[in-house]
Design a protein around this ligand. Sequence first.
Ligand SMILES: *Cc1c(COP(=O)(O)O)cnc(C)c1O
Ligand code: SF4
Length: 336
Amino acid sequence: MITASPAARLSPTTPDWRELWRDAITDAGELLGAVGLAHLADRLPPADAGFALRVPRGFVARMRPGDAGDPLLLQVLPQLAELDHVPGFVADAVGDLASREAQGVLHKYHGRALLIASGSCAINCRYCFRRHFPYGEEIAAAGQWKQALAHLKADPSISELILSGGDPLALATSKLEELGRGLADLPQVTRLRIHTRLPVVLPERIDRPFLAWLEALPLQKVVVLHANHGNEFDSSVDTACASLRQAGATLLNQSVLLRGINDEADTLAALSERLFAAGVLPYYLHQLDRVQGAAHFEVDDARALALVEDLRQRLPGYLVPRLVREIAGDASKRPL
Ligand SMILES: *Cc1c(COP(=O)(O)O)cnc(C)c1O
Ligand code: SF4
């Protein structure tokens, strides 16, 4: 039997992802105009509340025109509420600055080292801790990954390497190939995990050269997507997911519980069903990191627990994500 390689499933006319990246909307007024909400421009905070707007046009196309409460729009549109200073919401909410071990390396949990592989994202999510992280000096990919690889080599307990960011797939495929060559030297690393939102927000990133690299990598591969709402999926995302699976990756998803976006049991159940339809299992549902400027997205713990209990009664167990919170200094994500 002849099976199409993952790359062959992609149309040769797919535009280059770097072009689509550069073509993202970065002006809040333009975004509102694109979704038929130009009349709301006077509600925007000055200077994007200090965190630039960025959203790929393909993601904008999945928003419902004329709906100011659209769950995709609310994830990216700057809000006046971001200017509020709310006690308990701080710049480094998860203690990342305290757990650096080498350039771009965070090693908090046993057996797993996390690399801040890149400081860039194709989309800027308003609830993200990244709005305050000083990425300038902290990119593991700098200097041919030298410091990060040396750290891994010195610690035989690390069997899983996690690429995070920012978005690690913001890196050129040639940079990933460089890392792959470095890992050939590190037999104790048997798993590569990639945490990325790009297959969802810019699925064209999952292109032939990337898939060829992933498929050839002699490691177990896990890709953890980051989608918060079922509406983030369309056929282009399904194609990216199918290609990743064909290249040998296990697909998981993590979401952030966000007030007004996905804090209804119907919405979360629909997200789990949509993920599974794309071949993705729900992994974590995160309580919001308490970052400055994101307080208006917080859902209290009692409501979060009630939502997950509701999901448990509606869905098979494997479609119920684990509700967790990240606490600085803990040895794992903390289940609620
Ligand atoms: C979240 C995280 C991990 C991964 O944790 P899992 O529970 O294995 O998903 C690893 N390292 C760091 C620093 C993290 O923040
Ligand atoms: S790190 Fe993830 S959540 Fe944060 S801005 Fe980038 S894509 Fe969005």
